[in-house]
Structures are given as C-alpha cells and as structure tokens.
Design a protein around this ligand. Sequence first.
Ligand code: NAG
Ligand code: NAG
Ligand code: NAG
Ligand code: NAG
Ligand code: NAG
Ligand code: NAG
Ligand code: NAG
Ligand code: NAG
Ligand code: NAG
Ligand code: NAG
Ligand code: NAG
Length: 818
Amino acid sequence: MRVVLINRIFALCVVCVTTVHAQTSLTSFVNLFIGTASGANGGSGGNAFPGAAIPHAMVKVGIDVDTAPRQAGYIHDNSSVTGISLMHDEGTGGNTNGGYGIFPLFPLFNCAFTSCPVALDARKTLRVAGTDVASPGYFTTIFTNGIKLETTSTRRAGLIRFTYPSSTSQPLVVIDLANDLQRSFQGAGSLDINSNLARVTLSGTYLQSYGTDNYTAFACYDFTPPSQVSANANQSLVNFGTYTSVSSQNKANVTISANSTSLSFPFAGKSLGIETGALLQFSGSNTVLARFGVSFISTDQACANAEAEVPDWNWNSVQQASRRAWEDVLTRIETNTAAENATVVELLYSSLYRSHLVPANMTGENPYWTSAFPFYDAFFCSWDTFRTVHPLLSIISPVEWAQIVNAYVDGWRNTGYIPECRANTKKGYVQGGSDGMPILGDFAVKYANQASQLGVPTDDLYQALVDTAENTPPNWYMVGRQNTAWKTFGYIPTGWTDPSGSTGLPTREASRAVEYAVGDFAVRQAAIALKKPDGDVTKYTNRSMNFENHWNPNITSDGFSGFLQRRFANGTFAFSDPVACSPRDTVGHSCARGTDNNVGFYESSSWEYSFFFPHSMSTLIDLMGGVTTFVNRTNHYFDAGYFLAGNEPSFAIAYAFNYAGRPDQTALRVRNVVFKNFNTGIGGIPGNDDSGAMAALLVFHILGLYPVPASKQLLLGSPLLSSFSLRNDALGTVTHFTVKNFDPRSVQQSPPADQGIRLYVSQVTVNGKKAESICWLSWNDVVGGGDIEITVDSDAAAAQERGCAGSLPDSLATCGFA
Ligand SMILES: *[C@@H]1O[C@H](CO)[C@@H](O)[C@H](O)[C@H]1NC(C)=O
Ligand SMILES: *[C@@H]1O[C@H](CO)[C@@H](O)[C@H](O)[C@H]1NC(C)=O
Ligand SMILES: *[C@@H]1O[C@H](CO)[C@@H](O)[C@H](O)[C@H]1NC(C)=O
Ligand SMILES: *[C@@H]1O[C@H](CO)[C@@H](O)[C@H](O)[C@H]1NC(C)=O
Ligand SMILES: *[C@@H]1O[C@H](CO)[C@@H](O)[C@H](O)[C@H]1NC(C)=O
Ligand SMILES: *[C@@H]1O[C@H](CO)[C@@H](O)[C@H](O)[C@H]1NC(C)=O
Ligand SMILES: *[C@@H]1O[C@H](CO)[C@@H](O)[C@H](O)[C@H]1NC(C)=O
Ligand SMILES: *[C@@H]1O[C@H](CO)[C@@H](O)[C@H](O)[C@H]1NC(C)=O
Ligand SMILES: *[C@@H]1O[C@H](CO)[C@@H](O)[C@H](O)[C@H]1NC(C)=O
Ligand SMILES: *[C@@H]1O[C@H](CO)[C@@H](O)[C@H](O)[C@H]1NC(C)=O
Ligand SMILES: *[C@@H]1O[C@H](CO)[C@@H](O)[C@H](O)[C@H]1NC(C)=O
C-alpha cells in the first residue's frame, strides 16, 4: 500500500515537473562545464567559467586550481583547489595563470590555531571526483577531506558556505589577501578584522591579466548571519588573527599572529610573492556561512554592496533570484525542447548562457570618472566579441546591449577613444582595429529610432566613431588606431616611422588595415542611419574600400591567386607566405602581437584574413577570380585545413558561399563546422570561449543566421531546430521561425548525399509573403514580431540551380547597404 502511494505521488510529480519544465526551466539545459577542460599540453581548454554569477555580473565566484593554464580559475580535472575567489574572467586567453581570482577563502579544520596550514601550497586540497556540480547561480564541490563548499551570488555580492565533517566543532577559514590567480599582489593593500562585527575588509593591488597596468579592488566579508538563518544561527567568532610570510625568500614559512587585527602594506611596486591574510575560527556548528561584497571604490562600498544585495543572508532567495535572471535571458530564445535534438538544445542554452556572462555590469564601481552613464568592464576584447556576441545581444538583449554601448561611448567621452580591450578596469592591448567601432555602428543602424528611449545619445555615439576614425592616440597599441598611416597611405605601411611621434606595436599591418576598413564602414553606416552629412558618408565609404590596397593579385598559394599582403611605404608589397600562421604552417612563424611577427596577420593567416571583407564580398569574389573560383577557394580553405575553428577571423567564412549564390554549400559547411568542433563535453569548445564569442557563434549556427557587422542584414543558413522564437523586449516583439519539412537527420556533421535528407533552403516567407532572397534576412524581419517560414528540401542539384532565389546579400561595390 505504502509503496503504491509513493509511486502515485512520484507519478504525479513527474507530470507536474514536466509541465513546469517546458515553460520555466530552461536553466536545466545549461551545462556549465562545457569548455572547462585543461588547455595544458595542447588540450582544448575553453577557459569557460563554471562558477556562480548572474547575467553580466561583476562577481563571478568560483574555485581556483593550482595548475596552469587556468584563465578562469577552474579546470575540470584532478588538480588541487587553492581557494574560492570572488571575481573571474570568462573564456579569455591572456595570462595563462588567469585573471582576477581575488580575495579567496579557504576552509580548514583540525589544526591548532597558530600552526594551521594557511599558506597556499600547504592548504591546497583535491576534490572528490564527480562532486563538482553547477547550475546557473550555484556551484558546489566536495574536498577529499570531506568539506563541502557551495556558493551563490548577486551582481556585486554573494554567499559562500562551507560544511565541515559533522565531528568538526571549531572550523576555520583563511581569508587570503595576497594570492590572486597570478600571484601578483603588488605590495599595496590592507586587511582589517573587526572582531565585534565578525567583519573582515580587504584592499589589494594586483596586475591586470592582459596589459601592463595594475588595478585595486576591495572586499568585505561578514560572518554574522542573522538569527533567522537557522543552520548558522549560532555561528560565532572565537579566534582570529593575521598571518604573513617570514620573508619573500621563505614565503611558505608563515607566522600566524593570534588577535592581530590588521595588515597594512604601503606599496612595493612589484609582485611581492608573499603569503598574507587572516585566519578566523568559529564555534556553534559545523558550517560556516560567509557573506561577501566586492567593490572597485572602497571597502565601505564593498560592505554596502553586501548589505544592499544580500540583506537577510537568505541563501534560497539569492540563488532563486539568480536562476530567475538566467531564466529570463534563456527564454528570449524559445524552442520546443522536448521535440528538438537534445544535443542541440543543450548546446543552445549552454551557449546562450555563456554569451551573457560578460561584459560585466560595473555601474557604480567606476574608479576613474564620475558619470551618469552605465559602466561596463571586461571588454576582453572587442576584437573577439564584435562579430557575434554584440550582434546576438542586439537581437534578444537590447536593454543590456544599450547599456553596454553607452559604456563604450562613455569610455570615449572620458578618454577620447572608444575602448577596445578593457579588462580589470584597465586598458589591455589592441589586437587589430578599434573593434568597438562596428559595435557602435551596429547600434546606430539597428536602434537609431529607439536610441533615446534606450538612453543612448546618438550624437555622442557618432562623435565617438568619428574621433576614433580620425585621431591618432600617442600609443595606438593600447587604444584607438594608427590613423596617421591609414589616412596618409590608405594602407598600413610596414617599417614606417610616424613623424607625429605616435607609436604602437607596428606588427599585424595587413590584418589591422582590413579591420580599419570595417571600422570605417561602421562610421559610414552610422552616418546614414543618423542622417549625418553626405560628405561623411562618401568619405567613409571610400575609406572602407581600402581593403583592396593590401591585396596583391600576384601571390599564389595552392593554385589560388590574390592574397592580402603587407606593403612598404613606397607601395611595393612585402612578401609573406599565405600559409604562414595557418594550421598548415610547417615553418613555425610568430603569429601573435610581438615584434617577431613578420607575417602581417594577427593570430591568423593570409589564407584566412583574405576572406574578411564583410561589407563588399562581391569585390572579394572579383579579386579572387569570379564565382566559381571563389566557391572552390572557400571549400579549399576548409578542406585543405586552413580553417581554424577557434579563431574569430574564421567565423563568417562558412557563410561566404551565400555571396556566390550557393546557400546549399553554407548549409553543409555550417553543419560540418558545428559537429566537428563543438560538443557538450568539457572539451566542447574549439579554443577559448573568448568572452562568449564562440558561444554566441554557436547560437547563430544553431539558428541558421550570421550577422553582417554594422548592418541590418543577417546571412541565412539552414537552422538546426525545427522551430524557435526570438524575443526582443525593447521592441516588444516575438518573432516565430518555423522550418517547414525540417528533417531531424539533417542534424549531423556530414549528411550523406544519397539519403534524401532535407536541409537545403528552398523558400522563405515572412508573414506569408515570399522573402526577397533565401540567402539573407533583414533585421526588420528578424525582430519584426511576425512569422518566418523557412522551407527545406533534399534536392542538391535544384538547390545549386536555385541560388539565392532572389537577391544576393549586400556588397558596397554592387550598391548594397543603401
Ligand atoms: C590526475 O589525472 C592525471 C591525468 O588523468 C593523472 O595522470 C594523475 O595521476 C592524476 N593525479 C591524481 C593525484 O589523481
Ligand atoms: C543554537 O544554540 C542554541 C542554544 O545553545 C541551541 O538550542 C540550538 O539548537 C543551536 N542551533 C543550532 C542550529 O545549532
Ligand atoms: C620559519 O621561521 C621561523 C621564524 O623565523 C624559524 O624559526 C624557522 O626555523 C623557520 N622554519 C623554516 C622551515 O624555515
Ligand atoms: C587572544 O585574546 C584572547 C581573548 O582576549 C586571549 O584569551 C588569548 O590569550 C589571546 N591570544 C594571544 C596569543 O594573545
Ligand atoms: C600601479 O601602476 C601605476 C602605473 O600604471 C603606478 O604608478 C603605481 O605605482 C602602481 N601601483 C602599485 C600599487 O603598484
Ligand atoms: C547594471 O547595474 C545598474 C546599477 O545597479 C542597474 O541599474 C542596471 O539595470 C544593471 N543592468 C543590467 C542589465 O542588469
Ligand atoms: C577614394 O578617394 C580617392 C581620392 O579621392 C580616390 O582616388 C579613390 O578612387 C576613391 N576610392 C573609391 C573606392 O572610391
Ligand atoms: C603583378 O604582375 C604583373 C605582371 O607581371 C605586373 O604587371 C604587376 O605590376 C604585378 N602587380 C603587383 C602588385 O606586384
Ligand atoms: C620599397 O621599400 C622596400 C623596403 O624599404 C625596399 O626593400 C624596396 O626595394 C623598395 N622598392 C622600391 C621600388 O623602391
Ligand atoms: C574547381 O574545383 C573543381 C574540382 O574540385 C575543378 O575541377 C575546377 O577546375 C575548379 N575550378 C576553378 C575555377 O578553380
Ligand atoms: C542529435 O544530433 C547529434 C549530432 O548529430 C546526434 O549524434 C544525436 O544522435 C542526435 N540525437 C537524436 C536524439 O537524434
């Protein structure tokens, strides 16, 4: 009888859970461990961050391990945990030791207070295999010594709970001041224990992870849960003290000073390499609950942030609010999760999650200027994110996006230039162009009419674009562009000394130039959208075509002619092999930013960058020798192994076929790219997630769309879902996409040609009317709130014959983007 009853209750629960599921639990499809494999020894580490965070949060709290590379602190392997720290980056490259990882906590027990193993190497602990568990807003793991760790968070604050083995009567907690992920404590900082309040405040200066500067951050830890927090009602501080290395030569030898309440390091100006922090001991239960707040302004503000955002220490309400915030983000793309391919659903929602982690909303935390505008940080870097992250936000997250765009504009307002790569609140290195330009241009094009409702002053936005397009900063390696060269030559000359005295790292000439061209196209687009003078439109249209000035028609590689090359100031080309810096490079060139890069391209080959002419692909087709050769060359780029899936300049190339009237090839190639390079495992991202760039790319691939920078055009592929809807809260629209004749067998890497698999787009209708083309969709339709029906069939020959069944996507040279 009893058993039957339980079974009936269980059956009822399954029914109700399923119902709720379909509507409100998209967070359950998010796998936070995708892209957390070790990148050591050539592994495919995505550097994804799997800890607790709300969308675009400043606080990203999670565990840190002792083996590098560990850019986001966490690695899903058996390396030891050194602490649980409050801020992290998401998916970045940069310093392999990681970014942030500041103010870690660490739980200890069973030690005499003054001889506890507080130092990093002495305390670090393994995890029990399989106990790392994460969901949006929550992370937990169990150490091999039996301690369970959990965390949840708000924008600038959060809670950390340690549950010690039940026999523990007086658990301890280390609060580490010195060990950020880079171990870069600059010898400027302080720590204060207020034993009456059981409050510890900290400030410290550390090195940024991508750039040459330092930053100062503040934290506030409280250990006095109010009495209604039942499990921790009796938590009381019984011992406290500080610890410091005996010397920097003998840093592991630490002295713990009981009852000492403060540490103060005046300023050393270099990484001290010492261990220092506080040790606290509690009684009352075998758990310790800590509330924390973070700030870039002051310790007072860090405490105020904690008090405001986690007022009653209510774990469930913090975790549920975080989950609800994520649910809101995820429901902006809805699909029938039960009917679609489960792998695709998991990839979609995990990727949607990761594309909303950064940039970080640091409004109220700007240490450098006061402003009424939002402050966002972790633009790491615009080079990575302008292609996919921002265009995705433009479609489904306009409110956040407008704030982020405002933060870019405010960066210009206060520094003279659009920020390019700002992280740890400081300027990082400029990789290519000033790639905030296409982001701002995109906003102007898409939201000119709603800009004031969204709070973005478009005259300022436009001036930010023009100033960044015209002026040359003293050091264009940290912000802005080498405009003196660009304007004098129409290309970026190799080995040229700027008479104005402006300098920067002079490498990557060809790839910088073609990004400058895209930046100028963005100004042109903004000028049209914002009704600026015709002279501006003409000027920037003209400059955006300077891509051609780096094109040497006489260079041949694998039988294909015409490649981007470096050029000297006298106009002659400087040769570098188009294969250099591609995966097929056998010579081993230097391909990063350094002065030893004599190839002219950033982290990419001429084979790859020679496709980057998004605003005039018809010009590129002509330069490459016509449509047939172009299609051959694009296929050869993939088939011969020049394609680098983890590299941003490669993103658009799978859609290049649309410009040649061959969307059938796009449909096949995108499937190949997706299922060869992405999966739901810890190694499921090819290369670094790059602040969500790979994640947003995968979302677009799944939807069968690819955005053209600074334009209202999206290239159309063949979706991997049978239906989905896109919600835009600023426009108040939900657009429904249906794939008529959708074939589940089309969801694979290489659909066999002889099985009648339906994947070629044959017709597109918008609200029942035939669309202008099956190769592209207009922004107005994608966010228009109507019904878009995409019909697919299996006839490859007919697909080739059909071409775009209408117009090709826009190119400037064929009078597109009018
Ligand atoms: C950790 O994993 C690596 C690779 O699987 C293995 O070689 C090593 O022995 C493991 N170490 C420990 C401490 O389990
Ligand atoms: C807290 O202490 C009181 C008084 O000693 C005790 O009755 C209560 O059970 C304790 N609560 C917890 C959660 O340990
Ligand atoms: C650690 O430092 C203390 C105090 O200076 C000293 O007495 C002790 O020998 C040192 N221990 C080691 C292992 O260096
Ligand atoms: C710390 O203070 C407590 C309480 O005043 C006292 O009992 C203890 O002896 C002190 N410890 C040291 C090392 O001074
Ligand atoms: C941080 O860097 C600045 C220069 O960028 C330098 O003036 C300052 O002394 C540094 N501060 C610390 C605490 O290292
Ligand atoms: C960013 O933070 C500010 C200040 O709290 C807030 O007004 C704004 O809504 C936040 N933005 C988002 C997208 O949550
Ligand atoms: C751009 O302007 C220059 C100078 O007027 C002219 O020589 C060039 O042909 C123009 N380029 C294009 C693509 O219109
Ligand atoms: C390419 O080769 C042709 C024929 O030799 C020559 O006339 C032309 O100047 C060359 N162009 C460049 C850019 O080297
Ligand atoms: C152009 O400049 C380069 C680099 O200084 C030089 O090697 C080359 O000979 C020059 N070409 C001409 C035609 O002057
Ligand atoms: C394109 O490739 C096909 C076979 O792959 C080849 O037969 C043809 O000659 C190529 N055409 C051009 C223009 O490169
Ligand atoms: C979903 O697609 C993947 C990738 O092709 C495939 O491996 C898997 O079997 C599909 N799942 C189902 C349920 O068809």
